[in-house]
Design a protein around this ligand. Structure first.
Ligand code: SF4
Length: 358
C-alpha cells in the first residue's frame, strides 16, 4: 500500500476517539470477513483484504483483554523479565479447565471485545489444549475479535494442523490477525536474543504454515515482528524471501531495534531501548483499563511484557474468585492512587510504553 495512504489512515485513526477507533476496527473486521468468505486470488480482493488488515492492526485500541493460557515459556529472551521471574516464588503453570470456566463467566462483563491470547511471559502454544481453550472463548458473544503472539517455536506440524482447523471453523473470522515474534534474521542473532537455538526450526515452521494457509484459501493476517540486536541488519527483501517462500499474500513483516523498559527493569547492553519521555504522567496510563486473566487465576490491569515485574504485584486487581465489581473497584483505586495521590505503580515508573488516555 502506498506510504502516503498509510500515513493518512494512521493520522485519521489517531484523531478518532477510543470508542470510534473500536467501531472502525469492528467495521473493517466484518468487511474483511465478507471479503474472505469467498476469497480468491483476484488482485483487487487481495489489495482490499490487505487494506483491512492494516486498519485492523492499527485500531486495536488500549482496552482489549489479555488472556494467558500459560505463563511457561520455551525461550529466555533478553528483553523479557521471564528469566528473572524464574528465580522468584511465582508459580509457572497452564490454565486449568475450572479456571477457564470461571473466566468465561467473567467475559459477560465485556461487549464487542478484542481478546489477545498473549501471555505476559510464556508461549500460548505450550498449553496442551490451547486450540480448544481459544475456541471456547471465541464462541462467547462478548468476543468479536481475537489474536495472539507466539514465538512459533512450538508451531510444529501438529499445532499447524490445529491452527488451520481452528481458522476453518471460525466462520465469523474473529481470529483475523496473528503475530509471530522472531529474534533477528540469522541463527547467531536469534540465539543471542532468545537464548535458544531455534532459528532454522522457526523459519521452516512459519514457511510450512504459510503454505498451508495458502492451500486452504485462508486470509488470516500473519505479522512477523523481528526483534533486532543493537547492531542487527534488517533487509525487507531478504526477510520476505526467507520467511515467505510460497508467497502468501497476507504476510506482513516489521522490525524493531528498540525495546520497552521501565525504571525497575534489568537492561541488556546488546539491545537498544526507547527513551522515557519527560512527560509528567499526571493521568494514569490507558493500559490500566485493560484486563489480564493470568494462568494462575489472578486478574490484572494491563498485560504488556513489563507490567508484571519480578516480586511485584502492584497492577494485580484480584483473582478469579472475586466478583467483577470488586475487580473494577480495585482498578478505580489503582487509578485514583495515581491521579489523585500521585502514587505511580512500580511497573509504570519510567515505563516507555505509557500512553495517556485521550
Ligand atoms: S505505564 Fe507501562 S506498565 Fe504501566 S500500565 Fe502503562 S504500559 Fe503498563
Amino acid at each position: 500500500m502506498k506510504q502516503k495512504i498509510k500515513i493518512a489512515i494512521e493520522l485519521f485513526l489517531n484523531w478518532l476517539s477510543e470508542r470510534n477507533v473500536r467501531r472502525t476496527s469492528l467495521f473493517f473486521s466484518k468487511f474483511k470477513a465478507r471479503l474472505s468468505a469467498n476469497y480468491s486470488q483476484q488482485k483487487w480482493k487481495i489489495k482490499l483484504i490487505r487494506l483491512c488488515d492494516f486498519i485492523i492492526v492499527r485500531s486495536n485500541g488500549f482496552q482489549f483483554i489479555e488472556f494467558e493460557l500459560t505463563n511457561i515459556c520455551n525461550a529466555q529472551c533478553i528483553f523479557c523479565p521471564y528469566p528473572d521471574m524464574l528465580r522468584t516464588e511465582k508459580k509457572f503453570m497452564n490454565m486449568s479447565d475450572e479456571l477457564l470456566a470461571q473466566n468465561i463467566k467473567k467475559m459477560s462483563h465485556f461487549k464487542n471485545a478484542l481478546i489477545s491470547f498473549t501471555p505476559t511471559t510464556g508461549d500460548t502454544l505450550l498449553h496442551p489444549e490451547w486450540n480448544h481453550y481459544i475456541e471456547k472463548i471465541m464462541q462467547t458473544s462478548a468476543i468479536k475479535q481475537a489474536t495472539f503472539f507466539t514465538n512459533a517455536i512450538k508451531l510444529d506440524a501438529s499445532n499447524q494442523d490445529k491452527l488451520i482447523a481452528l481458522l476453518k471453523r471460525d466462520k465469523a473470522h474473529k481470529m483475523s490477525q496473528l503475530y509471530f515474534s522472531i529474534g533477528g534474521l540469522n541463527a547467531a542473532d536469534y540465539k543471542t536474543l532468545y537464548k535458544v537455538d531455534r532459528f532454522e526450526l522457526v523459519v521452516d515452521q512459519i514457511n510450512s504454515l504459510l503454505k498451508l494457509l495458502k492451500e486452504n484459501h485462508l486470509s488470516v493476517g500473519i505479522h512477523l515482528h523481528l526483534k533486532m540486536l543493537r547492531a542487527g541488519d534488517f533487509e525487507m527483501g531478504k526477510a520476505m524471501a526467507l520467511m515467505n517462500q510460497c508467497g502468501y499474500p497476507f504476510l506482513y513483516i516489521s522490525h524493531s531495534h528498540l525495546y520497552y523498559s521501565n525504571d525497575g527493569y534489568n537492561r541488556n547492553a546488546q539491545i537498544g531501548y526507547y527513551q522515557p519521555t519527560d512527560e509528567k504522567k499526571k493521568k494514569a496510563c490507558s493500559y490500566l483499563y485493560k484486563t489480564r486473566f493470568a494462568a494462575d487465576g489472578s486478574v490484572w490491569a494491563d498485560g504488556c511484557v513489563i507490567s508484571e515485574m519480578p516480586n511485584d504485584s502492584s497492577l494485580k486487581l484480584g483473582d478469579a474468585e472475586i466478583s467483577w465489581d470488586e475487580i473494577e473497584n480495585a482498578r478505580t483505586a489503582l487509578i485514583n492512587q495515581w491521579e489523585v495521590e500521585g502514587n505511580i505503580p512500580k511497573p509504570c515508573i519510567g515505563c516507555t510504553v505509557y500512553h495517556c488516555k485521550k
